[in-house]
Design a protein around this ligand. Structure first.
Ligand code: NAD
Ligand code: GLY
Length: 371
């Protein structure tokens, strides 16, 4: 706490010119009215949350909005509700309450709520303001920053969406105390990702601080969120609409999405699948002669310390892997492109890899990980 009784925060800036915005990170921020006030243009506010997060944190956000005309819409919890039907419920709430173009939406929850509230803000009356209040580690280090919003379609995940940047991100690390263990680990997978693709100093820090992170030490979590957001903000500022380097944030995701789809969504958490996928990407990078084998082993060990899977599940044979990966968003002109590691901290998106190296990886996995 500072001398005026307000919570103390680390503040970063996402440098997108006139659409730039702050990321506040720290303890006790969720109820700090002064973090919200500058980003609310009119009088009306709609808070979007879900049935798990609202009972925990909605009252604190409402208290911070005293003086505004605020309402809340509470969505069902789960990735299966990240769809156009649930989204329409947000539009119903906005229209029934006659909310105008100067309304501000507040996304209070994990990545599912953030993506949906953000997409509702992108569409309502052709675009209104929104603030991200992420309450999962994954949302604090990744999904709340960068303006990717959207919903799933029965034929594909995140296939309906828009780029729409928030006006601010308020990441209260105290909210991570109530997060289930598996969700904490899933968020840590995305944290490790930044180290692997572009920040080896951060990777060293993660090795040294794995234990305090797993025991939810507040200072360690705030540091991990801040260093992750520094990386994400730099990438987004350089390539907002993913014309190039933003795709590097998908390390392990092509393999991970194949695991999620192959098992059926919801069986493994996204971060769990990404962890196993990053180990596969590192293994392939070693096979191509790019990455040092010792670095791949060290990355695998770090993910294991975060209680993440480091092998894909059994039951996906090499043909099925190829079929599942063929629907990846990075496929260009029918060619599979993967994020691979030229060396630690230096990732590339490339279709230029020996196909036999990928076949070798998949067939080794098939024989190692059997039913
Ligand atoms: P989630 O939003 O489903 O949250 C995970 C679970 O934790 C949910 O049950 C949620 O209700 C609960 N929860 C949230 N905060 C909590 C808290 N503080 N205490 C207790 N429980 C809490 O999942 P997620 O991992 O946060 O986000 C995954 C979603 O994010 C996916 O839909 C994915 O597509 C999306 N995503 C988007 C981006 C992006 O750039 N927009 C990036 C990565 C992922
Ligand atoms: N999570 C990947 C991105 O924001 O681009």
């Amino acid at each position: 706490m500072s001398s005026d009784g307000r919570a103390t925060a680390r503040r970063l800036w996402v440098d997108l010119g006139t659409r730039g915005y702050p990321i506040h990170i720290g303890s006790g921020l969720i109820g700090d009215a002064e973090l919200y006030r500058p980003h609310i243009g009119g009088r009306q506010v709609l808070i979007v949350s879900n049935t798990t997060v609202a009972p925990l944190y909605l009252a604190q956000v409402q208290a911070a909005l005293a003086g505004f005309d605020h309402e809340a819409v509470v969505l069902p919890d789960g990735e299966q509700y990240k769809d156009l039907g649930t989204l329409n419920g947000i539009f119903d709430a906005l229209l029934q309450r006659r909310m105008g173009r100067d309304v501000t939406l507040i996304a209070l929850g994990g990545g599912v709520v953030g993506d949906m509230a953000g997409f509702a803000a992108a569409c309502y009356q052709r675009g209104v303001a929104f603030i991200q209040v992420p309450t999962t580690l994954l949302a604090q280090v990744d999904s709340s920053v960068g303006g990717k919003t959207g919903v799933n379609h029965p034929l594909g995940k995140n296939m309906i969406g828009a780029f729409h940047q928030p006006r601010a991100v308020i990441a209260d690390t105290d909210t991570l105390r109530t997060l289930p263990d598996r969700e904490l680990s899933a968020g840590l997978a995305e944290v490790v990702k930044y180290g692997l693709i572009r920040d080896t100093a951060f990777l060293d820090w993660l090795h040294a601080n794995a234990e305090p992170l797993m025991t939810r030490d507040g200072a360690a979590l705030a540091e991990a969120v801040e260093r992750s957001c520094v990386n994400k903000a730099e990438v987004v500022a350089a390539d907002e609409r993913e014309a190039g380097q933003r795709a590097l944030l998908n390390l392990g995701h092509t393999f991970g999405h194949a695991i999620e789809a192959g098992l059926g969504y919801g069986e493994w958490l996204h971060g769990e699948a990404v962890a196993a996928g990053m180990v596969m990407a590192a293994d392939l990078s070693v096979r191509l002669g790019w990455l040092d084998a010792a670095d791949a082993v060290r990355a695998r060990d770090l993910l294991a310390r975060f209680a993440l899977p480091v092998e894909p599940p059994p039951g996906i044979d090499a043909d099925r892997w190829m079929a599942l990966m063929a629907v990846d968003k990075k496929v260009l002109a029918g060619k599979l492109r993967l994020v691979l590691l030229r060396r630690l901290g230096n990732a590339v998106v490339t279709a230029d890899f020996a196909p036999e190296a990928l076949c070798g990886l998949l067939s080794d996995i098939e024989s190692r990980v059997s039913d």
